[in-house]
Ligand binder design. Structure first.
Ligand SMILES: Cc1cc2nc3c(=O)[nH]c(=O)nc-3n(C[C@H](O)[C@H](O)[C@H](O)COP(=O)(O)OP(=O)(O)OC[C@H]3O[C@@H](n4cnc5c(N)ncnc54)[C@H](O)[C@@H]3O)c2cc1C
Length: 396
């Protein structure tokens, strides 16, 4: 299926994005993967900012040719970028997740100071939720945010890990508790923290099996101080902000998974039609076309679920009403990416395991993170089942 839910303007936008990415990202893919070259990542982020693509989510700030820009277009951008290089795409997806609460919940001066440079591609953002003792159970976070009336500042103490863009981001959206209620959902607050704030530190970065070139590390807040106006939304209103941000992030992750899956699929089908074994093309063998068909219907399902979620969002549906559909897009897309990456390596045989014969091994390593980031597959299933079993209370 090709863009069944997309209209003519969406399709034209996809073609335009493809051209820009071919020009800006494709020549730098090797630098990002082989040398983990952050300056190459920054160059492409800037190019996308200049093209206006980082403003798609915010129609009043967008100045390009699209009449109704939105999440659908941001997701097309993610899909096309992930098709070429998923590690790079995580940088812009994270920047957009950071831009989202700044746009919707920051005071005007804070919004102007931090949001606009992200949208121009001259700055990068990060989101700080995960902690050593709380990952999926994000409501159980231990980071504290207290107000110092003497200096009119917020003081943050806590430790975050697995933070994309840690140490290279210019601004961090940190979540922490401002109140002990026994129900962290009621006492959580979101706050913008510039990289220059006193008391913010970046103890180390991680080495992951994939996503090379995308920097992920730890962020420590040690009596970290930010001005009073850096609070996002209301004090104690952070959990609601986080849930809305996750909806949007999960739909975008649908695009990430779809791009990775399509990339693997194209490699597998090209190989199956050229490689010969036992006197025939590989693709003529039942065990191989079975794999191709299984990949194919999963990719089409992913496309439908992903763009259903983005179209719903663009038509004004959000919050609890979008939670199931966004979770389904994320779940199916990320599982499909892993399925396709794995089957592609199998279809390529030894060629699938070495860099000498293309990107299959990279895609296989990169895809693995997808079912974990932005909420695991298990958490996505929980969100889906919650809506499907409304008469009983299911717990984690
Ligand atoms: C590459 C990468 C980038 C990341 N970027 C960011 C970022 O920018 N910002 C950020 O805040 N976080 C980030 N994360 C963290 C990510 O969101 C967490 O890793 C994820 O939410 C899972 O948390 P955890 O790793 O602590 O696993 P855990 O929560 O400890 O879960 C471990 C396993 O147990 C399962 N599990 C947990 N609870 C249950 C349950 N009740 N029932 C059934 N199964 C359960 C999970 O599904 C998982 O399979 C990133 C992680 C990675 C790997």
């Amino acid at each position: 299926m090709k863009d069944f839910l997309l209209d003519a303007a969406d399709r034209a936008f996809r073609a335009e994005v493809r051209d820009v990415l071919q020009r800006e990202l494709a020549p730098r893919m090797a630098d990002i993967e082989e040398r983990q070259d952050w300056s190459a990542v920054r160059h492409v982020v800037r190019a996308l900012g200049e093209a206006g693509y980082l403003r798609l989510m915010f129609p009043d700030l967008y100045q390009g040719p699209l009449v109704q820009p939105g999440l659908t277009h941001a997701t097309i951008l993610s899909e096309e970028a992930s098709y070429l290089n998923y590690a790079f795409e995580t940088t812009i997806a994270t920047a957009l997740s950071c831009a989202y609460p700044l746009y919707h919940f920051a005071s005007e001066p804070v919004r102007d100071r931090y949001l606009l440079p992200i949208l121009d591609g001259t700055a990068v953002g990060a989101i700080c939720v995960t902690e050593p003792n709380t990952g999926s159970d994000s409501a159980g976070m231990e980071t504290r945010i207290e107000f110092d009336a003497r200096t009119n500042e917020w003081v943050i103490n806590g430790f975050k890990r697995y933070i994309s863009n840690a140490s290279v981001a210019d601004v961090y959206i940190a979540y922490g508790l401002t109140r002990d209620t026994g129900k962290p959902q009621d006492g959580m607050t979101a706050i913008a923290v510039p990289a220059t704030a006193p008391g913010i530190r970046f103890p180390r970065n991680y080495t992951f099996m994939g996503r090379r070139g995308c920097i992920v590390g730890e962020v420590e807040f040690d009596d970290c101080r930010v001005p009073a106006d850096h609070l996002l939304g209301e004090r104690d209103g952070g959990f609601r902000i986080m849930l809305r941000m996750f909806n949007f992030e999960r739909a975008i992750l649908g695009g990430s998974g779809l791009g990775v899956a399509r990339s693997a699929f194209d490699i597998a089908t090209a190989h199956a039609q050229h490689r010969r074994a036992f006197g025939q093309y590989l693709g003529c063998k039942e065990l191989i076309w079975d794999k191709v068909a299984r990949m194919s219907w999963r990719i089409d399902s992913t496309e439908l679920l992903t763009y259903r979620a983005t179209k719903m969002y663009d038509s004004g549906i959000d919050g609890k009403a979008l939670m199931k559909e966004a979770a389904m897009a994320k779940l199916v897309a990320t599982e499909t990416a892993n399925f396709c990456a794995n089957e592609t390596v199998q279809i390529l045989g030894g060629d699938g395991l070495t860099k000498e014969y293309g990107r299959a091994e990279q895609i296989y390593r990169d895809a693995r993170a997808l079912t974990i980031v932005g909420g695991t597959s298990e958490m996505a299933k929980y969100l889906i089942a919650c809506r499907d079993l409304p008469d009983i209370r299911i717990g984690l």
